[in-house]
Design a binder for this molecule. Structure first.
Ligand code: MG
Length: 398
């Protein structure tokens, strides 16, 4: 995984393509990730005809199979619980929207930030974190399972779309952004991509933005979905300062509104406050550290951040959600069921790999558990439930 080739450097680019790249990158700050300076793709490719390299990455992600599966993967609520809850797909789109707003203000690469945002959850198992925890437990002793690393495996190996290579062959900077965290052991295995975890260096500004945009998105849409489901109440949220400040402001401006309209007026104010604060504090950090290139961003401390006061408010909201929504007994019941499905599938396939579709049967027992993990991780919620019924329910379809 460590072999990248700098096929996209300006040095190898033709005149027309170089001037198109210059046009596409006009207005970017020096600390932004420039596609023309990319550390390249693992397999050399000709430059794209009418897009930047990062646009091409974004387009490959949107056209991938794993991206379409996100529609049927749980964020917090399982897909069949209601039509209006967030799924991994709508979550990823919201992350991209927030990240692009921030990126444009900071004059960094919107295409890259969008590519990272849309790809960041590609490796999620069915049933959200409950599914990942169960699969990690099953994979104990076989290298474990981590959705972040799985997202990378999807774009590096698992997608089967192109004649010349497995995976999507994305640029280094996109892959770097997808790999948000990783153990030292895995970092050593990942070569140049893992290096920063061993050296304590940062990823690009774009990757840092996508990471915080993820938190802004889920904190807000989980409040919204929590209220929609009735698992959370407005009265409970009175203890959350960030919520109350904007709830009062919304009521002050529109005393006649209530219900969903009032919730939305509150949530949009919270999102806006978090985005504006993130832009302002990051601008201060950029002025302080004055990075003149992506390399200097990597060597600096983390630059994209909330101010201390807003960060504390966001943490309080997160804690509230953890205690009141993610640990709600109705969420726990679904999580428990999900774990049973994932574990049941894993055990059945491990006991008899002949039950697996042929593509996932390994010639050697050593690599079989990882192939089973790939198969299960790729399932949508409803596919996993269907597969479970196929294996365990007598007289059902086969
Ligand atoms: Mg996410």
């Amino acid at each position: 995984m460590s072999d990248t080739c700098n096929d996209t450097s300006t040095g190898t680019m033709g005149g027309a393509s170089a001037s198109r790249t210059a046009m596409l990158e006009a207005g970017l700050a020096p600390y932004a990730a420039h596609a023309s300076l990319s550390r390249g793709r693992r397999y050399p490719e000709l430059p794209p005809a009418a897009r930047s390299e990062f646009q091409r990455d974004r387009d490959r992600i949107v056209h991938s199979t794993a991206f379409r599966r996100l529609e049927y993967k749980t964020q917090v609520f399982v897909n069949h619980e209601g039509d209006l809850f967030r799924t991994r797909l709508t979550h990823s789109i919201e992350v991209a929207q927030i990240a692009r707003s921030v990126a444009r203000n900071l004059r960094v690469n919107e295409d890259l930030v969008e590519a990272i945002s849309l790809a960041h959850d590609l490796g999620h198992t069915p049933f959200g974190h409950a599914g990942q925890d169960a699969l990690n437990e099953c994979m104990r002793g076989h290298g474990g399972f981590e959705h972040n690393l799985q997202s990378l495996a999807v774009v590096d190996e698992l997608e089967e779309h192109y004649g010349a290579f497995d995976g999507l062959n994305l640029c280094f900077e996109t892959r770097e952004g997808i790999l948000k965290h990783c153990s030292r052991e895995n970092a050593r295995r990942l070569g140049d991509l893992g290096e920063r975890f061993l050296l304590g260096r940062q990823p690009s500004i774009e990757a840092q933005i996508a990471n915080i945009a993820d938190e802004i998105a889920y904190n807000n849409h989980d409040v919204d979905d929590g209220l929609r489901s009735g698992l959370l109440t407005i009265e409970q949220l009175a203890e959350v300062e960030l919520w109350m400040t904007h709830y009062d402001a919304a009521r002050g401006e529109f005393p006649q509104i209530e219900g969903r309209r009032l919730i939305h007026e509150t949530v949009r104010r919270i999102i806006n406050t978090l985005i504006v604060d993130l832009i302002e504090e990051t601008s201060r950090n950029l002025a302080r550290h004055a990075p003149r290139s992506l390399d200097e961003v990597r060597a600096a401390p983390q630059i994209v951040a909330h101010s201390e006061g807003v960060a504390a408010q966001a943490v309080a909201l997160k804690r509230f959600l953890y205690a009141n929504l993610y640990r709600h007994y109705r969420v726990m019941r679904m999580a428990n069921k999900a774990q049973r499905v994932v574990k049941g599938l894993f055990d059945a396939f491990s006991d008899d790999p002949r039950l697996l579709p042929p593509d996932y049967q390994s010639p050697d027992s050593e690599s079989q558990p990882r192939l089973i993990a790939h198969y299960i991780a790729g399932m949508t919620d409803r596919y996993a439930l269907k597969e479970y019924r196929r294996l365990f329910v007598v007289a059902d379809e086969v």
